[in-house]
Write a protein that binds this ligand. Structure first.
Ligand code: MN
Length: 561
């Protein structure tokens, strides 16, 4: 057993998977000449480090067995049970799909990954697999290298980011960058005023000074981390800022991990006291987390030697969430026995819509409290779809949801004023059924009111309630809208009023109110009825019906209001 996996007994699920995979891959070597099995072990170690369960570690060890050897899924199931087999099967299927650079294919691929794998553990093991492939990419031929790097950049790095695995996402992007942007990579390495190595040296110099400073103020950081900005993210940022190096403030960054949120703000104060902050560069992602759940305080200061340096403060829990994303939550849940979700307050109090939090909520609604991982399995995703906003946020909706449901999920104002929708850049009707992976954009018309017709097809309670309440607002203002008033005079007799209301009803006309009175002679009755405006044709037909009622002498109508 490898060092990292040594705690698993030889007869445990992981121990047995280790042996099985080692034997299965015996004959094969990787492109760099190492035994193939080293790859499987590396992936399993990563999955273990991310805190996933034993089934996932075993599946990671076995992930290429079906793909690359003569062993079958049935064998895996026989030896390791249906759960491991399910995971390995998902991973094998993911490998079979060939990514293409066409935009439509990218969307299909995202859809495939999110929906088809149906268990996020498959995606996470796949990410560990991809990380190791990227780390050993130099051994492949040019064409394959470029394809794998592009796929990583387009599919896996964004996926990791959405799962809250920021560090992994950045690492994948950085590993892909030299292959996806070879010219830019060369340019960047040449042009940047300060080499990556220089910046790292500077960051490492600041690190003990910052630590001492905090300790002097009775703040004891758990970790102080120094880093220089990664090339891929630097390039992306440069493109966004019009290639202006002077606008990049985080070429050097330090990260302080602390015990409590209070300490984070205290540390911020100490930092600002020691080094003047750059105006407008302070970001409080604790009070307002990023949509993927990221929390931290960021500030930029004129640090030692007056060099612009970014300093981030966060708690240990925030740190682990940012490093390991959703898998950190699993680790927490498992470490705490998973039986008392009340104690698990890490993500509970956040106001922002969080991907991770959503998963937790689903667990609450559909899953088994005792085992979060199990609740993420097959059936769990069957009746949910995941669609993507133009800003790349994932919105989850029930299966069959429409653009109107999506619009109300974003904001009630967006829902109310929704006048059209684009799905994957194509205009669709508002009752269009959304699919997982769709990119949905809502077209709004200022001041527009929702339509009653929407109630026919919306799937979420949220949309239904908002439409109803918006329509109610309109019905109170309805009194100002024009109405038709009918005055009917006829012989007073039993059942006359009933005959008149039936005449209205037979035409499908809604009577808003109806009053009747008897004249002084007691011979004639006067009936006044108000209805919504009708077409001339309908009015004519209605008049005929009213006149036909036995006893009717006269019918008048006029538009009121
Ligand atoms: Mn692999």
């Amino acid at each position: 057993m490898s060092v990292l996996l040594k705690n698993y007994a030889p007869d445990s699920l992981v121990g047995r998977a280790y042996k099985f995979a080692e034997e299965a891959h015996q004959e094969t070597k990787r492109a760099n000449g190492e035994p193939y099995f080293t790859h499987s072990v590396s992936v399993a170690e990563t999955v273990h480090e991310w805190g996933l369960d034993e089934e996932s570690v075993a599946a990671a060890l076995l992930h290429d067995v079906v793909e690359d050897t003569t062993h079958t899924i049935a064998e895996i199931e026989k030896h390791f049970g249906p759960e491991v087999a399910f995971l390995v099967n998902g991973l094998t299927k993911l490998t079979e799909v060939h990514y293409s650079e066409k935009q439509t294919e990218i969307e299909n691929f995202r859809r495939f990954i999110i929906s088809f794998t149906r268990d996020l553990r498959v995606v996470i093991i796949k990410l560990a697999d991809r990380l190791h492939n990227m780390q050993t990419l130099q051994f492949l031929d040019d064409e394959k290298r470029r394809r794998v790097a592009l796929e990583t950049e387009e599919i896996y790095a964004p996926l990791a980011y959405r799962l809250g695995m920021q560090k992994l996402s950045g690492e994948l992007e950085d590993l892909a960058f030299p292959y996806t942007h070879p010219d830019e990579y060369k340019w960047l390495t040449k042009t940047i005023k300060d080499s990556y190595e220089n910046r790292l040296t500077y960051a490492l110099k600041v690190k003990p000074i910052l630590t001492k400073l905090l300790v002097k103020h009775s703040i004891r950081p758990l970790i102080v981390d120094a880093r220089a900005k990664r090339r891929a993210s630097l390039y992306k940022k440069l493109v966004r800022l019009g290639m202006d190096f002077d606008k990049i403030y985080d070429l050097v960054a330090l990260r302080v991990v602390l015990n409590t949120v209070e300490e984070c703000y205290a540390a911020l104060g100490v930092v600002h006291q020691a080094w003047p902050p750059l105006p407008g560069r302070f970001k409080d992602y604790i009070a307002r987390p990023k949509p993927n759940g990221y929390r931290s305080l960021h500030t930029t200061v004129f640090c030692i030697d007056n060099r612009i340096t970014e300093i981030q403060m966060r708690t240990k829990e925030m740190h682990e969430e940012a490093e390991f994303g959703i898998s950190a939550h699993w680790a927490y849940q498992q470490a705490r026995g998973g039986k008392n979700p009340k104690k698990w307050t890490g993500v509970k109090n956040r106001r922002e819509l969080l991907w991770v939090q959503q998963l937790q909520n689903w667990q609450k609604h559909f899953g088994n409290q005792e085992d979060f991982l199990k609740s993420l399995k097959v059936d769990f995703f069957k009746d949910r779809i995941f669609v993507i906003t133009p800003h790349n946020d994932i919105i989850d909706l029930p299966a069959g949801a429409t653009p109107v449901d999506f619009a109300y999920n974003i904001h009630s104002d967006i829902g109310n004023q929704c006048s059209g929708a684009r799905v994957n850049s194509k205009i669709v009707p508002l009752d269009h059924e959304l699919q997982s992976g769709d990119i949905v954009e809502i077209i709004i018309q200022k001041g527009k009111k929702p339509s009653e017709d929407w109630l026919r097809f919306v799937k979420t309670t949220e949309a239904r309630e908002h439409i109803k309440s918006a329509l109610k607002i309109r019905s109170t203002t309805k009194k100002r809208e024009p109405l038709l008033e009918f005055k009917i005079i006829g012989l007073e007799r039993t059942g006359y009023l009933k005959d008149i209301s039936e005449a209205f009803a037979s035409m499908g006309v809604n009577i808003n109110d109806l009053t009747s009175g008897v004249g002084p002679s007691s011979t004639f009755a006067t009936i006044t009825a108000h209805s919504d405006l009708l077409t001339q044709q309908k009015i004519e037909k209605l008049l005929v019906k009213l006149k036909k009622a036995p006893g009717t002498k006269e019918v008048q109508y006029r538009i009121v209001r």
